[in-house]
Write a protein that binds this ligand. Sequence first.
Ligand SMILES: Cc1cc2nc3c(=O)[nH]c(=O)nc-3n(C[C@H](O)[C@H](O)[C@H](O)COP(=O)(O)OP(=O)(O)OC[C@H]3O[C@@H](n4cnc5c(N)ncnc54)[C@H](O)[C@@H]3O)c2cc1C
Length: 493
Amino acid sequence: MAEQPIAVIGGGIGGLSAAIHLAAAGERVIIFEQNDKVGGKMGEWRAEGFRWDTGPSVITMPHVFDDLFAVAGKRTSDYLTLQLAEPLTRYFYRDGTVLDTTINLPRMLAQIERIEPRDVEGYLAYLAYAARLHRITGKVFIYDTPPTPASLFKVPLRDALRVDAMRSMDTAICSFVRSPHLRQLLGRFATYVGASPYRAPATLNVIAHVELNGGVYYPRGGIYAIARAMARLAAELGVEIRTGCAVERIMVENRRVRGVQAGGERIAAKAVVANVDVSTVYERLLPSEATSAAYVQRLLRAEPSCSGYVLLLGVQGQHKHLAHHNIFFTSDYRAEFADVFDRGMPPNDPTVYVAITSKSDPEDAPEGMENWFVLVNAPALSERYNWAKNAPRYRDRVLETLAKFSLTPQIRAEYQLTPLDIARLTGARRGALYGTSSNTPFAAFLRPHNRARNIAGLYFAGGTTHPGGGVPMVTLSGGVAARLLLEDLGKRL
Ligand SMILES: Cc1cc2nc3c(=O)[nH]c(=O)nc-3n(C[C@H](O)[C@H](O)[C@H](O)COP(=O)(O)OP(=O)(O)OC[C@H]3O[C@@H](n4cnc5c(N)ncnc54)[C@H](O)[C@@H]3O)c2cc1C
């Protein structure tokens, strides 16, 4: 009898990564994806001659992809052309200040000097601090299996005291730099995990290191090229990808996974990797007798990361003063996060992000036009804000905000994704972009483990498990899930 396959539920980046790792280790793998294409939150939309990425737009940590392709004996460059974004991002402030972040240090320091000369040394000290956070926390919180409080004992005491988890990101930033412009810019990195700089632990300043020291990358052909490349590598390794195939149930007997039920068919599997929100797996996919109501409630109570409101605009003309990545900052950042995380409302005066991939890939828009991906922080779905009713009004608010920067795009094509759409299209609980919240110092310890705690043969990959949300993180999570699974099979990766 043929050996049973491993079932991967969900073809998001975490699921694809897990499948690649497992297939490279010689396992037979089937991915079940409910949508008609893989990628999950990493999606793309083509219409009226435009192409837009609909999810991630900022890619950092390219070494994570190098490691993934290397697992299969391949090179990233065999599948993807990653180019460094220069500038990384162009920041526009309400007082007319414009600042281009760059990994070119002299260029970066010259701009900081013009804003606040004393911040040149502060910025250099901050970069060193963020690099140190990466060195100290990388092994424990990012690249390895999930941390436990005991993991901290592996860190030399001197370093453990420098993890800086007990003050907020913003407090730490303010201790390095004085300029409100730079403080706002550095605080923005909290949003890379859907958190608030005024609540997230200072440890998350590590994100500034990966971007400001490591760079932002763009794959030619669009961000979706990453999902396409991973699906291609998976297929080459023999992974079977069944799209349009939702898993309805994970079959469990005597606390051991036996397979999945999809499209009414029961498929035996020796293990299951779920790339679905962990709370959804417990609430909807596992038989109730295999779970505990208290644990399900605990998962459902966990605060989600923020969501987002997206406008996809086809815009007439070439806006030469815009870069590929642009941020139009609110004048009151604190109020923006209070709206999102305290009031559960989209920001009254939002920071607006605009990514224009046609700056790098002109074929993404018809000649003489641009494809704008416009993103605003939004709260996770709750009864406090009714997107179905209010989306048209909020869309106008976003465009009014851009007008404050003298930007009034002539719109030739327009689509939108509210948090409701993000939840519906990707299965994200409450439309959260990055899984559970990183707003507390304990978030890294509270995330569900990649190995289910009381069901043998069940593993998790994706933004709601370790090491958290964001494309590089979920790629790593697929590797961790695969490693634990293979260990349990008595194999090594
Ligand atoms: C608008 C937006 C902007 C973002 N910006 C960035 C960014 O700039 N940089 C960055 O790094 N990250 C960004 N992110 C976050 C990033 O996209 C996610 O963290 C990451 O892609 C999530 O991957 P995942 O592995 O958790 O799977 P997901 O993308 O959540 O995919 C899960 C998959 O499972 C499938 N599925 C669910 N239930 C079932 C079922 N029962 N049966 C079969 N299939 C099922 C879903 O259809 C989906 O394809 C952004 C996300 C969004 C939405």
